[in-house]
Design a protein around this ligand. Structure first.
Ligand code: HEC
Ligand code: HEC
Length: 412
């Protein structure tokens, strides 16, 4: 079960969850998901339970993405973040380079990034911004939303209080917040690059404790080192927001150990018979190694049972989300689709169909794809044509898997 008891209303609040939210989350708590995950281990055992992202509208999207003038709060690396100058993204994608992984290792640290000043972001910062906004959907979970579900860009990446509430009926129990990633002392400005990477890639805090696997570090672990460096460089340019998040409540306050990272060799590989193996292989990196598709479209294991997701069912969908969106028009539970080319999945879809789904948020029949899929303006609109095409090739190269997912969500 996957409850993204998405505190959309809650997200707008400064601290704690609103009543509305609690109702939503309550509904979510006990419901087990159709064919999907952990047999309904109820709310309390939360463990892996949640995931919040969600929200109607344009989550990650670029909206004014002003990576600009972070006025300071430099990080350790001497004068770092400063000016950055140019509002790097704009419409959510900007940056560039298909495969082209960012700059050389050299510029890894903040200082270099921020120093770009004046004339727009460095290639490394641009790469990091592209990954954060268009590929990995960090903002989906780390940015508060307003009441319409749209991200509050004045609080971009500053963390969501009570992102998940595992049991809204119990006070002092169940809330897991995301964290402030901005360049402020209440965010990451006092952390070294290595500390940020240890949290993001390995689920280990500076004090040695583990992060909850709601944060998909077990998957981010497989991104290229230069991409991780680019993300950190970009984070150093994000304007600081003074936002102290509440402490995690049980059962999130004492995670015994980080979820093990996924062994890349266990991720599906395009068969040699596939029409465009090089494209599908590049897509594998974006969709499965670094990327976000795997996490949402793969069954999660029961809490505490080792790996967070069941890679033997990669991309077969069926993860359930209760977002608390108005129902109707939305069903109370939305299931991620089977992305393999089987009749119960994407059989008959072309590369162009998948690209359209990603960039425009429209399925093969023209219907609007529902949240929490960060399609279209919610994030993937910012993918370069090349990356979207590579991802499509990878998805279509997968072995067909028979997994009927209860569906029928069409967004208004
Ligand atoms: C599915 C939701 C989700 C997504 C997507 C996500 N995060 Fe997180 N992240 C979380 C949660 C929840 C926590 C808090 C975990 C905890 O403290 O146990 C967290 C914590 C973190 C932390 C630790 C910060 C601290 O000071 O404790 C970092 C760093 C981080 N995330 C970076 C990122 C980056 C960078 C991305 C995108 C590449 C990202 N996250 C995507 C949910 C998410
Ligand atoms: C935050 C979770 C999330 C992420 C990340 C995500 N998806 Fe989805 N996706 C969903 C959900 C939920 C649905 C079902 C929505 C609906 O029923 O309208 C879906 C639907 C789809 C569909 C439409 C299938 C159909 O039959 O209409 C496609 C195609 C798709 N996703 C591909 C991808 C790809 C490729 C990626 C990575 C680039 C990705 N998704 C990332 C949650 C996600």
């Amino acid at each position: 079960m996957y409850l993204w008891a998405i505190p959309m209303v809650c997200a707008a609040a400064v601290a704690g969850c609103s009543d509305d939210d609690e109702d939503l989350a309550a509904g979510a708590a006990g419901t087990s998901s159709g064919g999907s995950t952990s047999g309904g281990s109820a709310g309390a055992s939360a463990g892996a339970a949640g995931k919040a992202t969600a929200g109607t509208g344009g989550s990650v999207a670029g909206a004014g993405g002003k990576a600009a003038g972070a006025g300071g709060t430099a990080a350790g690396a001497g004068g770092a973040a400063a000016g950055a100058g140019g509002s790097s993204a704009g419409a959510g994608g900007s940056s560039a380079g298909a495969g082209g992984s960012s700059a050389g290792a050299g510029g890894s640290s903040a200082g270099a990034a921020g120093a770009a000043g004046g004339g727009g972001a460095s290639p490394q910062v641009a790469r990091g911004e592209y990954l954060v906004k268009a590929v990995l959907a960090c903002g989906d979970c780390h940015t508060p939303r307003d009441k319409t579900g749209a991200p509050d860009m004045s609080k971009w990446l500053s963390g969501v209080p009570c992102f998940i509430d595992a049991d809204p009926t119990k006070a002092g129990f169940g809330c897991l917040s995301t964290r402030n990633l901005t360049n402020h002392a209440t965010g990451l400005s006092t952390r070294t690059d290595q500390q940020v990477k240890d949290m993001m890639l390995n689920g280990v805090r500076p004090d040695g404790k583990a992060l909850s696997a709601v944060m998909p570090y077990y998957q981010f672990h497989n991104m290229k080192p230069e991409d991780a460096d680019a993300i950190v460089a970009y984070l150093r340019t994000v304007p600081g927001v003074d936002n102290t998040l509440p402490a995690h409540e049980p059962p999130w306050d004492n995670i015994p150990a980080p979820a093990p990272s996924i062994a890349p060799s266990t991720l599906p590989t395009p068969p040699s018979t596939y029409a465009d193996v090089p494209a599908a292989t590049r897509g594998r990196y974006l969709a499965a190694e670094a990327g976000a598709c795997l996490e949402c479209h793969t069954k999660h294991n029961a809490p505490g049972a080792g790996p967070e997701i069941d890679v033997s069912k990669a991309f077969q969908g069926g993860v359930s989300y209760q977002l608390g969106l108005p129902s109707p028009p939305f069903p109370a539970t939305i299931y991620s689709a089977n992305l393999t080319p089987h009749a119960t999945g994407l059989a008959g879809w072309t590369v162009a169909d998948v690209v359209k789904a990603l960039k425009e948020g429209k399925d093969k029949t023209g219907g609007n794809i529902c949240p929490p899929m960060p399609a279209g303006k919610a994030g993937f609109a910012g993918l370069t044509e090349g990356d979207a095409t590579d991802i499509a090739h990878y998805i279509l190269s997968l072995a067909p898997a028979d997994n009927a997912v209860p569906n029928g969500c069409v967004a208004p």
